[in-house]
Design a protein around this ligand. Sequence first.
Ligand code: GLY
Length: 362
Amino acid sequence: MEGIIVGGGIIGLSIARELLKAGHKITILEKDTIGKGASWTAGGMLAPQSEGLKPDLFFDFCIQSRDMYPQFVEELEKETGTEVSYWDCGILCPAYSYEEAGELQKNMEMYKEVGLPGEWWDRSKLEKKYPHIGKSIVGGVFYPEDGQVDNRLLMESLTKSVKQLGAKVLENTTALKILGEDSFEGVETNRGILQGDYCIVSAGAWSSYLLDAKVYPMKGQMMAVDIDPSDIDTVFFGSKAYLIPRKDYSRMVIGATEELVGFTEGNTPEGLLQLSSGLKETMPPLAHRKVQEIWYGYRPATPDLLPVLGKTDREGVFIASGHHRNGILLAPITAKVMADLILKGVESPYLQHFSVNRFKGM
Ligand code: GLY
């Protein structure tokens, strides 16, 4: 079977890898450079609990994917020889007020009820470990099972993997239209028409240019600063900002704004101010570190902020998009459910729940 995947981000590449391993011939269309879109601009947190998600089917989906990560990265690293800096460092959610502490503790209790660990650290415990925390922090919840991966290294590794497995990668190739009324007949691109047996649209925030999927961009601005190994040894994920120290201490990633501004380009003083003040309130001395880089990206959001996965109305046309804040986290499980659907016809309950049909008539 020959498949065409539109979008060379983490979702497209992870699905491609599964299909290639099963012997399918895969062509990946990428409008710019493979692996350098939203997945490259992300933070790389694997944070279902720290995100405060309520225990439901989406949460289960996230937890399953988080649990798949160690094996996912181990296999990838073996395949490609590229280390991806997966770090099961845990994530600490600081509370900047007693009111927020109450909300965070409620979440922690909610997770305990479904058997997932979390620990409340009061200010004195936190200060002992992290003497430089900001004055307003009253304590925090530590989730030992959340973690992070260096998403840029991961994208390098995934790109290498799909190429090694024989994917045909067409960069600077924009998919303009999915052809066929009732079933897949090809993809019209800026370089001509491509044909195959099926097509998967995993074009992130751009997916709705091709299918009526209600996916829209939610811009996020980011920054990275110098870091010292003695600063922090875990992710701080606060309501003001998140601070992600990379495992090799090469940088600390600070994120992120959430802006409904379409595909507006560039960083803004307001966005950078939000990141800088969030950093300063969380760990004041780090606000004096050298800025290494500023950048931005577009999360693929949907009306209910859940992914859109699975079949569409047209036979042979599939979608895997809308992962919003959790694309890096959800890559392993998305690849599995999409590959199971395409290779074996397995319709998991997740696919029914995340079907694009839920937006019909909107
Ligand atoms: N996953 C973090 C973010 O979307 O900013």
